[in-house]
Design a protein around this ligand. Structure first.
Ligand code: SF4
Length: 230
């Protein structure tokens, strides 16, 4: 599989696990608040890391790590993902996949074959605002299929929304709650000003903690657990 980066240790990317985070390139979305600018629009210029190098690293870290996170970019667009995850699972690791939900068929394959243990899916905004936020024409049928498949997977999962200032409002969080109500875990993620796909956002002032708290309150009636992250 095409791999462009690895963070060798993370305590925050896989709930309850010490993990390595693997970055893959390319994404069909162009979210205005995306931080992974090079993986989405400049991936051709990034060096590819040999899969064997990653697997050797993981083999040697079994004593210290218990999870592997695949993120991007969008992992589910990579045909090589199941093959790579078979090898990672073969080493005994728990696997978390981050996704924008655009490829429910790949998620289905991973779930059926037992190649993923935890799925984190971004909910970019209320469904009627997806095109505007993701800056592409989004097939919402696929997004809805992914949400359903994840909810019925029996696996650990979370849905999450980045609280991009000036983009996502408390009303949007309520609409998201109405849309995916009953889900187990919902995270509202703080936005950190840094390089973003839409350059206008990178100097935006993040929401204050009390504003995020109000968003979390708006979400609480709809989910088993709501948390603010960041
Ligand atoms: S934030 Fe959006 S554009 Fe960036 S990798 Fe995720 S889905 Fe793709």
């Amino acid at each position: 599989m095409e791999i462009k980066g690895i963070q060798k240790t993370s305590m925050i990317d896989y709930p309850g696990k010490m993990s390595a985070v693997i970055f893959v390139p390319k994404c069909t979305f162009r979210c205005c608040f995306c931080y992974n600018v090079d993986l989405v629009t400049g991936w051709e210029k990034l060096d590819t890391i040999d899969e064997r190098e990653i697997l050797n690293f993981l083999k040697g870290r079994k004593k210290w790590l218990d999870g592997v996170v695949i993120t991007g970019g969008e992992p589910t667009g990579h045909k090589g993902l199941p093959g790579f995850l078979r090898k990672v699972k073969g080493l005994g690791y728990a696997v978390k996949v981050d996704t924008n939900g655009s490829n429910p068929y790949m998620l289905e394959d991973l779930i059926k074959e037992g190649l993923v243990d935890y799925i984190a899916m971004d909910i970019k905004g209320p469904k009627e605002r997806y095109d505007e936020i993701c800056r592409v024409k989004v097939n919402m049928k696929l997004i809805e299929m992914s949400i359903e498949r994840i909810r019925n997977s029996g696996l650990g999962y979370e849905f999450r929304t980045t609280a991009a200032p000036g983009i996502i409002t408390k009303d949007d969080i309520t609409k998201i709650g109405e849309w995916i109500k009953g889900a187990k875990r919902y995270y509202i993620q703080q936005f950190f000003p840094r390089r973003t796909l839409d350059g206008k956002l990178q100097n935006s002032k993040p929401y204050k903690p009390e504003e995020l708290e109000k968003m979390a309150e708006a979400a609480k009636p709809f989910f088993e657990k709501v948390e603010i992250r960041g």
